[in-house]
Design a protein around this ligand. Sequence first.
Ligand code: GLN
Length: 483
Amino acid sequence: MHTKTLKELAQCLRSGEFSSLELTQAFLNRIKKHQDLNAYITVTEELALQNAKAADARIASGNATVLTGIPIAQKDIFCTLDVKTTCGSKMLDNFTAPYNATVVEKLNQAGAVMLGKLNMDEFAMGSSNETSFYGVVKNPWNINTVPGGSSGGSAAAVAARLTVCATGTDTGGSIRQPAALCGITGLKPTYGRISRYGMIAYASSLDQGGPMTRNAEDAAILLQTMAGFDEKDSTSVDQPVPDYSAGLNAPLKGLKIGLPKEFFGSGLNSDMAATLEIAINEYKKLGAEIKEISMPNLKLAIPAYYVIAPAECSANLSRFDGVRYGYRCDNPSDLADLYTRSRGEAFGKEVKRRILMGTYALSAGYYDAYYIKAQKIRRLISDDFKNALADVDVIMGPVTPTTAFGIGEKMDDPIEMYLSDIYTIAINLAGLPAMSIPAGFIDGMPVGLQIIGNYFAEDRLLNLAHQFQQVTNWHQHSPKGFE
Ligand code: GLN
């Protein structure tokens, strides 16, 4: 059962080939068998079985949705009523939210069956899942390598077939980069497409949730339910949600693809360049035209991001003070001691580094030099995309500079770690939608191709991804030992 796609599983549930209860049990067994991957922080076995039974009854009664009875796992950044939500941090190790995130609520309403909560970098800060309080997640393609981050648990769980689909969030690449490193399909929607209500904030002007699946067809199904206006999120955009599955088969003849020379220059390693060239050739065969473009400000994305994201995080994480919820130190001597020891004891090293950087960038005297300047760069980067997308339909590029790197390899060198998002971060600064799709292998490790579209062009991206997946089978490979 675990080898089937979401769409196939939905058909099997409908035709009665097996029940949601059987399916859910099968995934729970796999999760147990492959515990060593450390993909899950919490497995909600009892709740899942109970919900699977309810889903079976709903299917029998004839008012099911396509997601009814389908197993799903949530990144542990989404608040779940009565189920612990940790955000990968010791700070929230004891936290159970009193409400569901909108994304969780919508998926529950549709009848999806939550298997549990997925491991992630602490407060979504990281590119390797190594900053998680709950330990690193192993990449099923090679357990000595990282799965990427921050949605590393989501990517590893989908790749290892420990769930058929998962949610992720992407502030600077956290859906696309782990999707690429684990050989799955990940979509970061337009900023505002999916509600952030109940999604623990890292950098609010960049954070966006999205689907992580094995193929584009499944991503379309999941996005359909996740997307939409939410009055509880003031940055949610009130725009109709199109039928994402309807356009999957639209022909690509005449489509214009832009390749930024800044993405394919000397910085890109030759194996990666060669693999991507073959993938892009598939699009030529499908009738697309390729055009070289230039986006001169892309190189400023990392420095701008590492001012803006930490600035926002320093404000967002001020709520974790040991008073309202989360970790509290033992026997504080006074209020200042309570704040400093609670935060000092419960935040990990990377989170502290970001809070310090952000507080510094926002402090009087430095605000103009760093924060305002970074915001100006952000505008220049958005304009680069705007100009490019006036000329071409989509932009393509790498997702990551290399395939999955070794566990421990970059932990002592934060700059080196930050550079692993060099191809993804600019897209968040511009608020655009982008996908990572499986596009080949280098030495047995997956490679992702990135497709970037205009605002609210998720349907177009899914169409391009699906067409590619009709003529290639990279997305169908499964890691050895997890078939
Ligand atoms: N790796 C980037 C960071 O650490 C992006 C993380 C994310 O997208 N959540 O900030």
